[in-house]
Design a protein around this ligand. Sequence first.
Ligand code: EPU
Length: 419
Amino acid sequence: MEKLIIRGNGPLNGRVNISGSKNSSLPILAATLLTKEECVIRRVPDVSDTNYLLQILRSLGAEVERASGTVTVKCETIKSEAPYDLVRKMRASVCVMGPLLSRLHEAIVSLPGGCVIGDRPVDLHLRGFEALGANVRVEGGNVIVKASELVGSEINMRGKHGSTVLGTDNVMMAAALAKGTTILEGAATEPEVVDLANFLNNMGARIEGAGTPRIVIHGVDELHGAEHTVIPDRIEAGTFLVAGAMAGTEVTLRRTRPDHLTAVTDVLTQCGHSVVTKGDTMTVRPGSTSTGADIKTEAYPGFPTDMQAQMCALFCLTPGISVVTETIFPQRFMYVAELTRMGANIQMEGATAIVHGVEQMSGAPVMASDLRASAALLLAAIKADGVTEINRVYHIDRGYEHIDDKLIDLGADIQRLNA
Ligand code: EPU
């Protein structure tokens, strides 16, 4: 198991290239199951989650080639059962269910287990498949979804914590080859859903309204191969913006989609930092005097839950009191105890963190608990006094492409060691 050793040091400065979106790549790669023809997907980040998904595709029978960021997939003959050993490693594996059901009229995929960021059910995905006419049962830890045919229907995708991103993706993929028209109400509006819909439309699907809460899918008889370039990763970009505001003199992000990041840049500017956008580049400079802010996670275009921990790390070192409320995954605060070990002053009240800014944090051995939590610890460590050791870094490798190398290029002092 690897660990990162970070020596808190001088400021970050320079330019960083943002990778393609992990959360777009996963459903887009799964969507290649919908056609026998070859698909070429560009700008797929080299992170362990995309590697897991490619392993699942191979185990289902796909021919997969990967050359740097470009992945070529051909799913000429595929089977309907995804192996437990691979699926259990990544909850997002559930997104193969919709395409398998659509193409083969059957999908057998293990039910995802518990997740460290909280209870993550798939009831809304299954409700959508049922509304399209599928029969759903759970047997031996697997979800078995079968349909003699899928027929368009009107489906509400909203649950008690709002819309579901992968659920919207899954049902949209299942409906792409269904008979007739499907209307998704309460659909997730995240840019990753739009990216998937654009790819599906390139494959011959007829999907309208992606990016709004009402998506209309006119089923077609078959889909063909297509090429696609994945959108920039807005969470990786947001993480580097926060890094620049926390520990930078001037950090420029290249290959971004600034329009996907307004919720994050609004908070940073409200706190007194400067973010200047020019085309697809964004430059962040820390404010000479900064203040805290109150944030509440919401579905897009609100403040993303996937940026909650990183912003909290910034607030730990910002004068005054900041309030962070999580509404999507109320238990997503495992990192708070670790930041506290580094000297942060955070009080929890239910799903709200009240952060009292401190002048300095100090390095300590800490444990990463999930992907975004590890990013928050890394940012805090860069700014802390002394040495921090982050264990369980496999969490960060799930979703950030070469993050230590990118931060080292900006001037951070980070070493990766085998524990
Ligand atoms: N939910 C249900 N029932 C369902 C599905 C979801 O109640 O059937 C609830 C969830 O428990 C949660 C809320 O609905 O409270 C939203 O969950 P959602 O389904 O939207 O999450 P997801 O699609 O599984 C994606 C991202 C997450 C990101 C969330 C929210 C991928 C691969 N994952 O997950 O990303 O936090 O949307 O934006 O796209 C990450 O990258 O670190 C990450 C966790």
